[in-house]
Design a protein around this ligand. Structure first.
Ligand SMILES: Nc1ncnc2c1ncn2[C@@H]1O[C@H](COP(=O)(O)OP(=O)(O)O)[C@@H](O)[C@H]1O
Ligand SMILES: O=C(CO)[C@@H](O)[C@@H](O)COP(=O)(O)O
Length: 552
């Protein structure tokens, strides 16, 4: 007999992943990955300006293909699909009209990057984030930053809206509201996109939009008016009031989507959530497990009991919200703005001569293969001849700093190079820098009496690079548990779907049946851990020295 099936839909930075999961056993039955076509060609992005925009059609076309493929793989078992749970990157908001259409779906805005989703890593709104932080220095607005570690980021909702309002009068006039990608997809699938119908997720609203129970929702009317009057003149105030945890259903599949996807109209659509939060649930996170989602960037998720947190706000992290990861617990988020992106940068740098060579040879296949294995080859070469006494010290702020104490003006630094610093050594110094950044996050929690009992890792790099994971274990001096599933975020989406459909009474119960087991635990090497203590001290010293240089 076929068991109930839940589909998790995970919108990453480059691709969307659909995963069909058996709700009784957690067995992954079918999966598909589809890369966003316009994004892949670099459309609407200007990396030099840190502008990264994503067209809504990229998402619609890609998730349609991904689900259709999963449904096809399931065959007749597709009749047993009971739910879809969605997660996406965040804060990745877009402007919508009064029907809930993202403006870039209208002919007059079709090629306007300001009318699209502004991807989390778009840092065009640095000045606007600074304006928000400055405004919060005023006593009447001072509490609003408490829930986000004390600093509002240019990666987040209001910074981005304010930036577009300043840049683009037409978008400002046409936008009836703004929506996070993780809220928009469930709304689209369930036909609830009109601003008054949208069920905003606790997760995105709390971590990115300054929504908090402590001040009964969004900041005051005066806050937005003081920030920029157009925020209350052009948009309704408040933009929304209520928020919902992701196990609360937003509706069922519309007839149109049911037909297009080959699923029943009875399929329940769970509330959306941010990828890393939902991923922590997929990884079977328990209270005080630090779940590191390690990919392009890192998100570090932690849950704690309300009784332990009491009325404290933890400083220097990216956010703290009641119910954002697991309903009933305080969810914390921290992270690094670049992790895998730093290795991708180094790969591009070293591949430049290969690219030139490719133009002059008839069969570039071997070179392409060399490029593909470059990162693991560098890692292996460095680790085989590891020499921590002669390691250049690097800072991992290549895309700004998220945690501790967000500051997107920070930049990457490499110090202490000599004529002996070869390519594997420099790669090693970047790996150690990212591991030191990871340790700084852990220390930030512990120093403020939020204990960390276990460290877990999910995401692309957790599975793809044993060397990087070993270095993290050594530098953090903690065992790191690596989840078996390659798709913890989509799996978490499927778990929320199963609860939304009423199959389980809560997330914890659903996790017991469906969450990923641990594949492997990386144990710290005691000798190296000792040597890394000294390196971590140097990392902190260089952080102190460099910060004022970039802070202008
Ligand atoms: N073997 C590797 N060593 C180091 N970095 C890697 C390796 N494989 C992939 N990466 C980096 O990991 C990132 C992709 O992570 P992944 O979790 O798969 O995607 P996403 O972050 O989009 O969800 C890219 O930045 C890539 O450069
Ligand atoms: O910033 C957040 C969450 O706050 C993530 O959505 C963002 O880091 C997504 O990164 P990945 O592409 O999954 O590495």
């Amino acid at each position: 007999m076929t068991n109930a099936i839940s589909i998790g839909l995970d919108f990453g930075s480059d691709s969307v992943r659909a995963l069909a999961v058996d709700c009784s056993s957690g067995t992954e039955l079918a999966t598909e990955v589809v890369y966003y076509p316009r994004w892949k060609q670099g459309q609407y992005c200007v990396p030099l300006k840190n502008q990264f925009r994503q067209h809504p059609l990229d998402f619609i076309e890609s998730f349609t293909k991904a689900i259709q493929s999963v449904v096809q793989q399931l065959g007749s078992a597709a009749d047993h699909v009971i739910s879809i749970g969605v997660d996406a990157t965040g804060s990745s908001p877009a402007p919508i009209n009064e029907k809930g259409q993202v403006l870039a779906l209208l002919p007059e805005f079709a090629d306007n990057p300001n009318a699209m989703f502004i991807l989390w890593k778009d840092h065009t709104a640095i000045e606007e984030a600074e304006a928000i932080n400055k405004l919060c220095e005023q006593p009447q607005h001072s509490e609003y930053l408490k829930g986000c570690g004390g600093v509002y980021s240019s990666e987040w909702f209001w910074s981005k809206i304010l930036h577009i309002f300043k840049q683009d009068e037409a978008v400002k006039k046409a936008a009836a509201s703004w929506i996070e990608c993780s809220d928009w997809v469930p709304a689209l699938l369930s036909g609830t996109t009109a601003p008054q119908d949208i069920k905003r997720s606790r997760c995105a609203a709390g971590h990115k939009c300054l929504w908090n129970e402590h001040w009964n929702g969004l900041p005051s009317y005066e806050f937005f008016k003081d920030l920029d009057p157009s925020l209350v003149e052009e948009l309704p105030y408040p933009l929304f009031t209520d928020t919902y945890t992701a196990e609360v259903p937003v509706g069922t599949l519309t007839a149109e989507w049911a037909e297009k996807l080959g699923l029943s109209e009875k399929v329940v659509i769970a509330g959306g959530g941010i990828d890393s939060h939902i991923g922590a649930v997929g990884a079977a996170a328990k209270p005080y497990s630090l779940v590191k989602v390690i990919g392009t960037s890192t998100c570090d998720m932690l849950t704690a009991e309300k009784e332990l947190v009491t009325d404290r706000f933890i400083k220097g992290i990216c956010g703290q919200v009641n119910g954002s990861v697991v309903p009933g617990y305080i969810g914390f988020e921290a992270g690094q703005s670049a992790f895998g992106d730093i290795f991708a940068w180094y790969q591009r740098l070293l591949s430049w001569p290969l690219q030139q060579l490719k133009k002059h040879i008839s069969d570039p296949q071997e070179l392409e293969q060399a490029e593909k294995t470059l990162l693991n080859d560098l890692a292996q070469e460095w680790f085989t001849h590891i020499d921590l006494n002669h390691l250049p010290i690097a800072l991992d702020w290549f895309n700004g700093r998220r945690t501790p104490y967000a500051n997107q003006r920070m930049k990457g630094t490499i110090t202490g190079m000599t004529l002996a610093s070869d390519a594997p050594t420099l790669f090693g110094s970047l790996v150690v820098a990212t591991a030191c950044g990871a340790r700084a996050i852990m220390e930030c929690f512990i120093e403020q009496d939020i204990p960390i009992h276990t460290v877990m890792a999910i995401g692309g790099i957790a599975k793809k690079s044993p060397v990087i994971m070993q270095v993290c274990a050594d530098v953090m001096n903690r065992p790191i548990e690596i989840s078996e599933s390659d798709q913890c975020c989509a799996l978490g989406g499927a778990i929320f779907g199963a609860v939304a459909a009423g199959l389980y009474k809560n997330v914890t119960e659903a996790q017991q049946h469906m969450a990923s087991p641990i594949a492997q635990t990386m144990t710290p090497d005691l000798q190296r851990a000792k040597e890394y203590e000294a390196i971590y001290t140097q990392y902190l010293k260089w952080s102190e020295i460099c910060e004022p240089q970039y802070n202008r």
